[in-house]
Design a protein around this ligand. Structure first.
Ligand SMILES: C[S@@+](CC[C@H](N)C(=O)[O-])C[C@H]1O[C@@H](n2cnc3c(N)ncnc32)[C@H](O)[C@@H]1O
Length: 333
């Protein structure tokens, strides 16, 4: 998934630095926590390496993705995939609210793809409620549905707005594709505010990847949230936002970020803490260093990183296209 702040292309840098700092050997009994999990790419990498992973995110679509990546052991697939892909489309919530043909005036998906998505989402819920599929299979297919439908979204990249004309990738016929199954120990996934969760868990390595700036995930990915929850929310405005009061992140506001960050570090019961942040984030590098140093031995590592681009056609110059990614490391006392 093309997700704001995804660590997909920084995985090597993160894993190498974490290994250097902790000196822990793989395939051990260690607990790795990925508590701003997003797409789940970091937690998945550590599950594969043999760690017991704890994962968390405040967004429900992320919870669904991680339920699959971190907790699935042996979900079933082949027949159900064929069944869902051959269903006739229906006029459900997605079609009625995110497709132009329904009169919604919103153009997030073609009418056909919106109806297919409704048919699959409705069928999955029915099969699960009737106990015809296991919880594991339900989350496997729901995670796959979220990941697949995102590739057909008629947006520049996030759901803060839709495009007027249907773009090429969105015009193709929607086909559900299954996500990979991650081998390794079964972990545990939460869907809550990190500052609450941190008081209840402990482990060896805590990886923190908060939002860096004021862009809230709840408003940029609201359509995926609704597909994941399928809870018939009341939508507001031209872009069809659902209510997001409970999911607004204090890490996205200059006024609150420092205190929630310090609260997190202070309450962490982990031997090692790693924080991803860049040189343009709401908290300054000095503030981060000052806070982390209060609680143990602090070091930092850097890597140049290509900026997240919503629109590839924007004509930015080379230097403005990259930022410096920091991995702030703390060995807690
Ligand atoms: C930079 S993204 C993480 C990206 C992830 N590491 C990846 O590679 O896909 C930050 C994530 O933090 C989540 N988030 C923001 N505030 C949160 C909070 N207070 N508690 C839990 N999760 C939060 C967002 O929903 C978002 O998915």
């Amino acid at each position: 998934m093309n997700y704001i702040g995804s660590k997909y292309s920084l995985l090597n840098f993160l894993q190498n630095t974490i290994s250097t700092v902790t000196n822990l050997k793989d395939h051990s009994e260690y607990v790795f926590a990925d508590l701003f999990a997003g797409t789940g790419i970091v937690g998945s990498a550590y599950r594969k390496r043999g760690y017991r992973v704890i994962s968390n995110d405040i967004q429900y679509y992320s919870y669904v993705l991680n339920k699959h990546y971190i907790e699935s052991t042996n979900p079933s697939n082949a027949e159900l995939l064929e069944h869902l892909n051959t269903l006739d489309g229906i006029k459900g919530f997605i079609y009625s609210n995110y497709c132009e043909g329904s009169g919604s005036k919103r153009n997030y998906f073609t009418n056909e793809n919106g109806m297919k998505c409704d048919a699959m989402r409705t069928e999955l819920e029915k099969l699960y409620k009737n106990t015809e599929i296991s919880e594991e299979t339900y989350f496997y297919f729901l995670a796959s549905l979220i990941n697949s439908i995102d590739k057909y979204a008629n947006t520049a990249s996030v759901y803060g707005a839709f495009l007027k004309k249907i773009k090429k990738s969105a015009s193709k016929e929607f086909k559900l594709e299954l996500l990979p199954i991650i081998p390794g120990k079964k972990g545990k996934v939460y869907n809550t505010n990190i500052n609450d969760l941190i008081k209840q868990i402990s482990g060896d390595i805590l990886y923190l990847d908060p939002p860096y700036n004021a862009r809230q995930y709840c408003t940029n990915y609201h359509v995926l949230e609704t597909i994941a929850k399928y809870d018939n929310p009341i939508l507001h405005g031209k872009t069809g936002l659902r209510d997001y009061k409970e999911q607004k992140s204090a890490f996205c506001s200059k006024r609150t970020v420092t205190s929630v960050f310090e609260d997190l570090i202070k309450n962490s019961k982990f031997n090692y803490i790693f924080l991803s942040y860049n040189n343009e984030g709401l908290m300054s590098l000095d503030t981060i260093k000052e806070i982390m140093s209060k609680y143990g031995t602090y070091t930092q590592y850097t890597q140049e990183y290509k900026r997240f681009q919503a629109d590839k056609e924007q004509n930015r110059n080379i230097s403005a296209n990259s930022t410096i990614e920091y991995l702030h490391c703390l060995e807690k006392e």
